[in-house]
Design a protein around this ligand. Structure first.
Ligand SMILES: Cc1cc2nc3c(=O)[nH]c(=O)nc-3n(C[C@H](O)[C@H](O)[C@H](O)COP(=O)(O)OP(=O)(O)OC[C@H]3O[C@@H](n4cnc5c(N)ncnc54)[C@H](O)[C@@H]3O)c2cc1C
Ligand code: SF4
Length: 469
C-alpha cells in the first residue's frame, strides 16, 4: 500500500478513470471492456474522500444509503474484507451497480462543487470483485427456519434482493420467473458488454445455497394462478417490472424493419447466451443504416449493440434539445445533473440529432427506407415547441427506445395494482390482501437497478414483519 496523507487527498490526487479497450477492439465482441484500477490506484482514489460531516453521497445520493465514507476509509487503509462487509450491510449486489449504475452518489458528492466526484462506483465494483476473487463471498444460510413460505413473482433485481433478504431471515422463498433464465432486465435488457451475465449466475448459485428456490418458465396468471399462490403461500411479492414499451403510432409504423429496443436487445443477449433464434425473426443491424429513436440510456444500448453487429452507420434522434454541458441554475447540487452525457456507446461512433420530432416512416416494398422528422424550436420553460422545417433521414433499421409503461401483460396483477391494493377479484378477501406486497419497477415505474434493489429490500422487511406477527 502506498503512503498517503488522506487529509489532503483530493487536493493532491486527481480522479483516475479505468482504462478501456480501444473502440476497434471492443466492437469485435460483446464482452466487457473496462480494465480495473490497481489496488494502489484505488487506495489513492479512496483517499480523495473528505469524510464529510454531512455525506450527501450516502444519505441524499444513494437510494440504498450505502455507507460510502466508511467504505472509502477502509479501502484507503487496504482493509478490503471490512469494506466488503460494510458494503454488503446495505446492498445485496454491488457487482451489478458497480458496473451499470449512473451513480447518483457521485453526483451528490461534495467534491463535485468544484472538482470531480470520488469514484465510488469503481471503488464499489472493485471491493466486491476482490471479495469474489478472495473467497470472502460465501452463502449466508439462516440456521433457524421459520416455516413460513413466500412466493416472489419476477426475478429482476427487486425480486432477487427481496428473495435473498427473506431467505436470510429464515423463510422459505420461491421465485417464479416466466423467462428461461433468472435476472429480469439484468439478464435480457442490459447488454453483455455492460454486464457480463456470469456475474448474475454467480449470485444465483450463492442464493440457491442460502435456500432460495427458482422456478423458471412459469408465468403467474397463465401457468399458475395468482389465486393458487395466495392460497399456498403465507405472502406473495409482485416484482414483475415495467416492460410494456411505449409505442410510436405514426404513419408507416407497420413497415418492416421497425422494432422495439427491448425486443432487439433481448434477442442479442439470447444469441450471446447460445440460444437459437429463428432466422426469420432475427433483427440484425449488419450493413444497415440504423436510426435509434429516443436519446436515453436504452437508446445508447441499441447504439452499442448495432455497432457490434456491424451497422453501416448509427444515428440517434431525440425529441428534446441537447442538454447543457454544465449544471443549469435550476438544477443545483446535490441534485442529479441534467447535463449532456456521452456514453461509451456514443464514443464508439454515433451521430446524435436533438430537437427532432419523428413524423412518419416512409417505405419501399413494405420495408422502411426513410424517416420524416420536423426540427423543433423549444420553449423549455413551458415545455412547448414549434415545428420548423421537415427533414428526411435514410434508415433501413429503426429501433424505438422511447420508454416503458406499466406491466400490462399480466391482468391479475394489474387488477390488483390498478386499484391500489384492492381488487374487484372475488378471491381477494380483506384478509389475504394483507399478504400481497409489491416491489421494483412494477410499482415505482421504469427506474434504475439501484432503486429496484432498494425497493426489494424494503418489501422484504415489510414481509418479514408481517410474517413475524
Ligand atoms: C435496455 C435497458 C437497459 C437498462 N440499463 C440500465 C442501467 O444501465 N442501469 C440501471 O440502473 N438501470 C438500467 N435499466 C433499468 C433497470 O434494468 C430496471 O429498472 C430494473 O431491472 C427493474 O427491476 P425489477 O426487478 O423491478 O424488474 P425487471 O428487471 O423488469 O424484472 C421483472 C421480472 O418479472 C418477470 N415477470 C413479469 N411478469 C411475470 C409473471 N406474470 N410471472 C412470472 N414472471 C414474471 C419478468 O420476466 C422479469 O424477469 C435498464 C432498462 C432497460 C430496459
Ligand atoms: S460526499 Fe464525496 S467526499 Fe464527502 S464523504 Fe461522500 S464520497 Fe467522500
Amino acid at each position: 500500500m502506498v503512503n498517503l496523507d488522506k487529509r489532503t487527498g483530493f487536493l493532491t490526487y486527481k480522479r483516475q478513470y479505468p482504462e478501456k479497450l480501444n473502440v476497434e477492439e471492443r466492437l469485435k465482441n460483446f464482452e466487457e471492456f473496462e480494465k480495473p484500477l490497481t489496488e494502489e490506484q484505488l487506495n489513492i482514489q479512496a483517499a480523495r474522500c473528505m469524510n464529510c460531516g454531512v455525506p450527501f453521497c450516502h444519505d441524499f445520493g444513494c437510494p440504498l444509503a450505502n455507507r460510502i465514507p466508511d467504505i472509502n476509509d477502509k479501502v484507503f487503509r487496504g482493509l478490503w474484507k471490512e469494506a466488503l462487509a460494510i458494503l454488503h450491510s446495505t446492498h445485496n449486489f454491488p457487482e451489478f451497480t458497480g458496473r451499470i449504475c449512473p451513480a447518483p452518489c457521485e453526483e451528490a458528492c461534495t467534491l463535485t462543487l468544484d472538482d470531480e466526484a470520488v469514484s465510488f462506483r469503481q471503488i464499489e465494483l472493485q471491493i466486491v470483485e476482490h471479495g469474489w476473487d478472495s473467497g470472502y463471498i460465501t452463502p449466508q444460510a439462516c440456521a433457524t427456519k421459520t416455516g413460513r413460505k413466500v412466493a416472489i413473482i419476477g426475478s429482476g433485481p427487486s425480486g432477487l434482493a427481496a428473495a435473498q433478504q427473506l431467505a436470510r431471515a429464515g423463510h422459505l422463498v420461491i421465485v417464479f420467473e416466466q423467462a428461461s433464465k433468472i435476472g429480469g432486465l439484468l439478464r435480457y435488457g442490459i447488454p453483455d458488454y455492460k454486464l457480463d451475465k456470469t456475474k448474475i449466475d454467480r449470485r444465483i448459485q450463492q442464493m440457491e445455497k442460502e435456500g432460495v428456490k427458482f422456478e423458471t418458465g412459469v408465468e403467474i396468471g397463465v401457468d399458475i394462478s395468482f389465486n393458487y399462490l395466495l392460497k399456498s403461500y403465507d405472502a406473495v411479492l409482485i416484482a414483475t417490472g415495467a416492460r410494456t414499451a411505449r409505442e410510436l403510432n405514426i404513419p408507416g409504423r407497420d413497415l418492416q424493419g421497425i422494432h422495439q429496443a427491448l425486443d432487439y436487445l433481448t434477442q442479442q443477449n439470447r444469441t450471446n447466451a447460445g440460444e437459437k433464434i429463428n432466422k426469420a425473426d432475427r433483427i440484425s443491424a449488419k450493413d444497415k443504416t440504423v436510426v435509434v429513436i429516443g436519446g436515453g440510456d436504452t437508446g445508447a444500448d441499441c447504439v452499442g449493440t448495432a455497432l457490434r453487429q456491424g451497422a453501416k452507420s448509427v444515428t440517434q434522434i431525440e425529441l428534446l434539445p441537447q442538454p447543457p454541458h454544465r449544471r443549469a441554475a435550476n438544477n443545483p447540487w446535490p441534485e442529479y445533473r441534467q447535463i449532456l452525457r456521452t456514453s461509451t456507446s456514443h464514443e464508439e461512433g454515433c451521430q446524435r440529432i436533438w430537437s427532432h420530432l419523428t413524423k412518419e416512416f416512409i417505405g419501399e416494398s413494405g420495408k422502411v427506407k426513410k424517416i420524416m422528422t420536423s426540427a423543433l424550436d423549444w420553449n423549455i420553460e413551458n415545455r412547448q415547441f414549434t415545428e420548423l422545417q421537415k427533414e428526411t433521414i435514410h434508415a433501413d433499421l429503426v429501433l424505438l427506445a422511447i420508454g416503458f409503461l406499466s406491466n400490462k401483460k399480466c391482468e391479475i396483477l394489474n387488477n390488483f395494482l390498478k386499484v391500489g391494493n384492492f381488487s374487484a377479484d372475488e378471491f381477494l378477501t380483506e384478509e389475504n390482501q394483507k399478504a400481497i406486497f409489491t416491489a421494483g419497477d412494477v410499482v415505482e415505474g421504469p427506474s434504475l437497478v439501484v432503486n429496484a434493489i432498494f425497493s426489494g429490500r424494503k418489501a422484504a422487511k415489510e414481509i418479514d414483519e408481517f410474517l413475524s406477527y
